[in-house]
Write a protein that binds this ligand. Structure first.
Ligand code: TRP
Ligand code: SF4
Length: 327
C-alpha cells in the first residue's frame, strides 16, 4: 500500500536552535519511517514579512539544509527541496487565492498577532495577507495527507483545509484535507528562561561547538531565588533543568534531587550539562561537517530533491487544470 504523504517546511532564517530541533526537526526525522516526506525550505515565505532579508535567504537556506542533513533528514527517503525552485507553487497559489475571502484571511489570528508584534500598522503587503494561501499551495501541490507543525501553525492549516474543501465543492475530489500532526513539546525555554526564539537572542544552535555551549550555559537562567550555594533550589523554574530533561533524561531525577537539597551547585550542574549536551549533539555535528566538506554532494541532494518535488507538483497542476477546465 502506498504510504501517506507528509509535507512540512521552515522559513530559512539561519541556523536552527534547540527549540526548532525539539519542536519540529526531531519529529520530522521520526516521521520518515512511516510516511513519504517532503521537507521544504520556505524561502518565498520569508519575503512576506522581511523583504530586507532577501539578500540573506540563499545563505540561510544553505545553513538550514546542512542542519537538516546533520540532524538526520535522509535524502534517500525524503524529498528535500526549495520552494522557489518549484514555480508550480506560484500557479497554484494564484488559483487558490480565488477560493478564500479577504475577510477570512484578515481574521486569521496568526496574521493579527504578526501585525501587532511587528508593528506593521498599514504597511501590510498583499503577499503577507496571502501567506496562508501560499502555504496551502505548498501543501496541496503534493496532495499531502498530513502536515507536522507546531501549535502556532494550526490556524494556517485550518485555512488550507477550508481551501481544499472549497476546491472539492467546485471542481471535485482532488485534494485530501490535510491533517495537522501537532508536535507535543510544550514550551522550550531559551537561556533567559523565556521561550527560545531567534528574535529574543536566547538561542543555542544545534550546530554549536563545545565552547559556545559552555559559554551560553554559564549565563543561562536558573532558579532566581537560589542566591547562595547553600540555598535549596527549585528545578521546575530552571531552564537548565529543562535541558537535562530533554538531553540527559537519565540524569534529570538526580539533578532535581540534588538541586532541591542543595547537594549540587549551579556551576557544577551546568558543567555536567555542557558535557552531556556536547555528547548528545556530537553525531549531529559530525554528520553536518561531513556535508559541509562536500558542497557538491549537498548541491546534488538539493537538485535531486527539487527534481522529485517538481515532478509531483507538475502532475498535481495538470490534474488541477483538467478539473477546472482551464490551461
Ligand atoms: N509557515 C511555516 C512557518 O512559519 C512555514 C511553512 C511554509 C510551512 N509553508 C509550509 C509549514 C507548509 C508547513 C507546511 O514555520
Ligand atoms: Fe538549575 Fe541545576 Fe542550579 Fe538547580 S542546581 S537551579 S537545576 S542549574
Amino acid at each position: 500500500m502506498a504510504k501517506k504523504i507528509i509535507l512540512s517546511g521552515n522559513r530559512p532564517t539561519g541556523r536552527l536552535h534547540w527549540g526548532n530541533y525539539t519542536g519540529a526537526l526531531e519529529n520530522w526525522i521520526r516521521l520518515q519511517d512511516e510516511y513519504d516526506c517532503y521537507f521544504m525550505v520556505a524561502d518565498w515565505h520569508v519575503l512576506t514579512t522581511a523583504l530586507d532579508k532577501a539578500p540573506e535567504i540563499r545563505r540561510n537556506s544553505r545553513e538550514m539544509i546542512l542542519d537538516w542533513l546533520g540532524a538526520g533528514l535522509d535524502p534517500e527517503r525524503s524529498v528535500l527541496f526549495i520552494q522557489s525552485e518549484i514555480k508550480e507553487h506560484a500557479e497554484l497559489f494564484l488559483i487558490l487565492s480565488m477560493m478564500i475571502s479577504m475577510g477570512r484571511l484578515e481574521r486569521n489570528p496568526t496574521f493579527k498577532e504578526q501585525i501587532r508584534d511587528l508593528n506593521l500598522g498599514n504597511e501590510i503587503s498583499f503577499g503577507h495577507l496571502g501567506y496562508p494561501v501560499l502555504q496551502a499551495a505548498d501543501i496541496l501541490a503534493y496532495r499531502a495527507h498530513a502536515v507536522p507543525v507546531g501549535e502556532d501553525q494550526l490556524p494556517h492549516l485550518e485555512l488550507t483545509r477550508e481551501i481544499a474543501r472549497r476546491f472539492t465543492h467546485h471542481f471535485g475530489e482532488l485534494f485530501p484535507e490535510p491533517e495537522g500532526l501537532v508536535t507535543k513539546f510544550g514550551r522550550f525555554p531559551g537561556t533567559d528562561g523565556n521561550r527560545m526564539s531567534k528574535s529574543l537572542g536566547n538561542t543555542i544552535e544545534i550546530a554549536a561547538g563545545p565552547e559556545e555551549i559552555a559559554q551560553k550555559l554559564k549565563t543561562a537562567f536558573t532558579d532566581p531565588n537560589r542566591l547562595r550555594r547553600t540555598d535549596p533550589g527549585d528545578p521546575e523554574v530552571c531552564a537548565v533543568y529543562t535541558y537535562y530533561q530533554k538531553f540527559l533524561p537519565e540524569e534529570a531525577a538526580t539533578c532535581a534531587e540534588e538541586c532541591r537539597t542543595a547537594a549540587r551547585g549551579c556551576v557544577d550542574c551546568k558543567k555536567r550539562l555542557t558535557e552531556g549536551v556536547v555528547e548528545y549533539f556530537a553525531p549531529l555535528r559530525e554528520r553536518r561537517q561531513h556535508f559541509v566538506d562536500r558542497p557538491e554532494m549537498v548541491a546534488e541532494i538539493v537538485a535531486e530533491g527539487c527534481r522529485r518535488a517538481r515532478a509531483a507538483a507538475v502532475e498535481t497542476m495538470a490534474l488541477t487544470r483538467a478539473a477546472m477546465g482551464i490551461g
